[in-house]
Design a protein around this ligand. Sequence first.
Ligand code: MLT
Length: 268
Amino acid sequence: MELSARRGPDVDGERPPLVLLHGFCLNAGLWAGQLDGLGRRWPTVALDLRGFGSSVPVQDDRQPSIEVMADDVAETLRLLGRRPAIVCGLSMGGYVAMALARRAPELLAGLVLADTKQEADDEARRAERERVASTVERERSVRVVLEEVAPSFTGATTRRRRPEAQALVDTLVAATPYEAAAWASRAMAGREDSAATLRALEAPVLVVVGDEDVVSPPAGAFAMASGLRDGSFACLPTAGHLSPAEVAPAFDACVASFLEARFGEVGR
Ligand code: MLT
């Protein structure tokens, strides 16, 4: 499935594009700060994953799977025609980016893994995801996500001091079709462990995490970066699980220095 894309201003199309993948119950709108900031200096595209934002709604004919989402991204990258790309996935988007590294490594020039983790779920986590999926289906609403899951998306500092970032996140979650929330919850529950995929990867990888991220905490992100052949690690102060929205300038600066070091000069 070709995914809906939001593009930054078209700058220097010769460089590998930075392709942004959002997390659970969000959409490409998460990356507004990056499209407006980094996107003026590097060719940048944000995708709506299957069922989210303006992409086609989920249908019953595809079983929930992170690999299906990765195949959508691969198809979209091929259609964009500017490959290989630097794929930046946040949380669930990171799971999709890791599946893409497994299934189509030739499409990747590099990876940015933001606020995500390499491990598969344990039994308790899978059961919790099934509870969330069946509740949203029964209620035909994302209420349970808004009330029980999304409160841990942003860090304590954002909840106290950054009302605009918090409002953006709340709006994106509330706009999520409940069918997509259920489908993606089950897809995450069934995902593979990606440690071996990352160990085998030759492309450069930047791992970024907020120091207040309680969903994918910094210790796990550091361990993930340490196992990479060509990994860099950055921990962003006062950011939670959605660091690109919470501390956009710091997130952009960190990604820009990775791009600059590995793929050429980033415009000013
Ligand atoms: C996300 O932000 O995409 C999810 O919280 C990730 C997860 O639940 O594992």
